[in-house]
Design a protein around this ligand. Structure first.
Ligand SMILES: [Cu+2]
Length: 403
């Protein structure tokens, strides 16, 4: 029986050797092709970068297989040794002992891995929240992380500790435990209580964070997503964003702004999402094609942009870009607005710079932004006709436009 498996493992060995050779051949062929093309430029073309990536994947797959193979060979050797010992009438290997020790080693190495991951990857988390509500979200994350960490350490130590300390032995017999009501109650009630606390805490935090009812003094900014960019619209002097009607969308009126609504006349377009610090910002979110997601990680803000369903998020930025540059010790730091829904091919590039500035800097900046109502658009909408029918209102609008 032992010999049969050995023969089988020879077959496996042959298969593995063939696979390794194929991999090496592929790698060498790629290198030769690259040399033949005289490809000595520092930036390889896409196909090269792709093949390099696949070579990398094949390399790790091979390493993994070699590892598995070594373990299998070691197991085989131990098995042969064990059988020989038994044939000679000796005791053989104590497999229960081996498995117990392996469990203990796994626990120690695994715990070290968890610690490494917490310290190395944990240090890559975002810095302090740059919005008023951000702290509450961070507290929720921290509480969940601490509770799950305690449960993780306890359960893993119990699981592998038991496997080690109570490993099979000739000296004792396993105790058969068919059912125990107390244990059932303990491991049902404790998780239920902890999860209820987490859910209720999360529910109240989310309710507070997402109260986006418009209040006097809120600054409304419109963020519209489309494949693959964000469009920004700021209200003019009146502080009000004009209405939108998607059926009015044209090449010039790309947001479909309804110019029957007088509030639309002074609306401004911008390239950067500039926000005055300590001001209540109400982001009005729209989408023109597929579902996008407004994601401002430093402000702990994220909400989907759904076509046909305007959504809102209100937050107060508390740290200016200049302050954050000092805090992160990075003179080039910029807050970014990302899209957090995989919305198509160029999704990864759907981002806009967000700048948090003082009130005075904001006033300077907003004064320089261009209105959405451009001269060609005025011509398209034949706004001159309005002028003749209602001179008083147009005069007021012109005032707004001049601002
Ligand atoms: Cu998107």
């Amino acid at each position: 029986m032992g010999f049969k498996t050995l023969i089988n493992s020879k077959k496996t060995l042959a298969l593995f050797a063939a696979f390794s050779l194929l991999g090496t051949n592929m790698l060498m062929a790629q290198q030769q092709a690259a040399v033949a093309q005289g490809n000595s430029t520092p930036t390889p073309p896409d196909s090269m970068a792709n093949s390099a990536m696949w070579t990398g994947v094949a390399y790790y797959v091979l390493i993994f297989l070699v590892g598995c193979f070594c373990i299998a060979i070691l197991g085989k050797i131990l098995k042969v040794y064990d059988l020989t010992q038994k044939m000679q009438g000796k005791k053989g290997i104590n497999w229960n002992g081996v498995m117990g020790i392996v469990c203990m080693v796994f626990l120690v190495v695994g715990m070290y891995g968890a610690y490494w991951s917490l310290t190395v990857q944990g240090s890559m988390t975002l810095p302090e929240a740059a919005s008023a509500h951000g702290g509450a979200i961070d507290d929720m994350f921290a509480l969940t992380a601490v509770l799950t960490l305690i449960v993780f350490v306890l359960t893993q130590c119990l699981l592998f500790g038991f496997a080690f300390f109570y490993r099979g032995s000739d000296k004792r017999k396993a105790y058969f435990l068919p059912h125990n009501n107390t244990i059932e109650k303990v491991w049902t009630i404790i998780p239920a209580v902890v999860l209820t606390i987490l859910v209720v805490f999360g529910f109240f935090t989310w309710q507070k964070v997402t109260d986006s009812t418009e209040v006097k003094g809120d600054m409304n900014i419109e963020v519209t997503g489309h494949q693959f960019a964000w469009e920004l619209r700021y209200p003019g002097r009146d502080g009000k964003l004009g209405k939108i009607n998607y059926t009015l969308t044209t090449a010039l009126n790309k947001l479909g702004i309804d110019y029957k609504d007088r509030n639309s006349f002074d609306d401004l377009q911008a390239d950067t999402l500039v926000l005055p610090v300590y001001k209540s910002i109400r982001i009005n979110i729209r989408s023109q094609d597929v579902i996008h997601s407004v994601y401002l990680p430093y402000f702990r803000v994220q909400l989907n942009a759904v076509p046909g369903l305007p959504t809102f998020f209100k937050f107060v930025p508390t740290i200016t870009t200049a302050e954050m540059r000092r805090k992160t010790d990075n003179p080039n730091f910029e807050y970014l607005l990302y899209c957090n829904k995989i919305c198509g091919g160029i999704h990864y590039n759907m981002q806009k710079v967000v700048r948090v500035v003082s009130q005075a800097e904001y006033q300077d900046w907003i004064a320089k932004q261009k209105p959405y109502l451009t001269d060609p658009l005025k011509k398209e909408l034949k706004l001159a006709e309005v002028k003749s029918t209602n001179p008083a209102k147009v005069a007021a609008n012109r005032l707004a436009l001049n601002n």
